[in-house]
Design a protein around this ligand. Structure first.
Ligand code: ZN
Length: 248
């Protein structure tokens, strides 16, 4: 079974559509690691798409605030402005859908999904030391996480050595492949579809072939300008508009 792994779409429909077009026919089921909305201009369109597309979706920290489950007090002013705009835009049925999304970890087909760290959806897992608890406690040897918007992740080998992994495909390449070793645990981030932060503006996602023990880390270009125009029209903060050009 091949899974399309989507995370941090952040209401960017153009990036999502480009990712789906590039991966067409290459996966059997889709899952989403949260942050469907927040930052971007297309919250309802992206929620509609995920509702019809994904077998399992867990919530992210922006989803939690956008649907009103928690307040935006912990967000920086820019993220807060965007998430409050999102809250106003969401149609009632989409708001309700987000509110009912499960919190990770959720397990499917022998792997697990979380938004941030294993036990805390708001925690950023950036360094190996931060990944260790999640790697040790994960219910399965393979866990996908999001939240940092950085494609790659961490592995924990049988000899207890922990390694940071970067699998960003080179410019002009569609994906980089990781072969999963037996006896090694993995905490892998597919990258962010809608707001990459590793200096590469292309949309990021992953395709995991569970039987073949392979994970492909994809990058796909999309029309950033059209998203920026919609953001401008919506009156979203300028910093959020600009950062899409740089993937920061
Ligand atoms: Zn996010």
């Amino acid at each position: 079974m091949r899974f399309l792994i989507l995370s941090d779409i952040h209401a960017n429909l153009t990036a999502l559509e480009a990712s789906l077009a590039a991966s067409k026919g290459k996966w059997d089921k889709a899952v989403c690691l949260g942050d469907i909305v927040g930052y971007g201009p297309d919250p309802n369109e992206v929620v509609d798409r995920i509702r019809e597309l994904a077998t399992v979706t867990i919530r992210g920290n922006h989803d939690k605030v956008a649907c009103g489950l928690t307040s935006a007090d912990d967000f920086n002013p820019i993220a807060r402005a965007a998430v409050l705009w999102t809250r106003e835009q969401l149609r009632p049925e989409n708001r309700e859908y987000i509110e009912k999304l499960p919190v990770g970890p959720v397990s499917i087909n022998g792997f697990s999904l979380v938004h941030g760290a294993l036990r805390d959806e708001d925690e950023y897992v950036v360094a190996p030391a931060q990944a260790l608890d999640s790697l040790l406690e994960a219910p399965s040897p393979l866990t996908f996480f999001g939240h940092t918007h950085l494609q790659g992740g961490f592995s924990l080998a049988e000899d207890n050595s922990i390694q940071a992994l970067r699998f960003k495909p080179a410019d002009g390449e569609a994906f980089a492949k990781l072969e999963l070793k037996k006896g090694t645990s993995y905490l892998l981030n597919p990258g962010s579809v809608g707001q990459p932060r590793d200096g590469d503006p292309r949309a990021g996602f992953a395709i995991a072939d569970i039987e073949r023990r392979e994970v492909e880390f994809w990058r796909v270009p999309y029309e950033v300008e059209s998203v920026q125009q919609r953001m401008e029209k919506a009156g979203l903060p300028e910093q959020l508009i600009l950062r899409l050009s740089f993937g920061r």
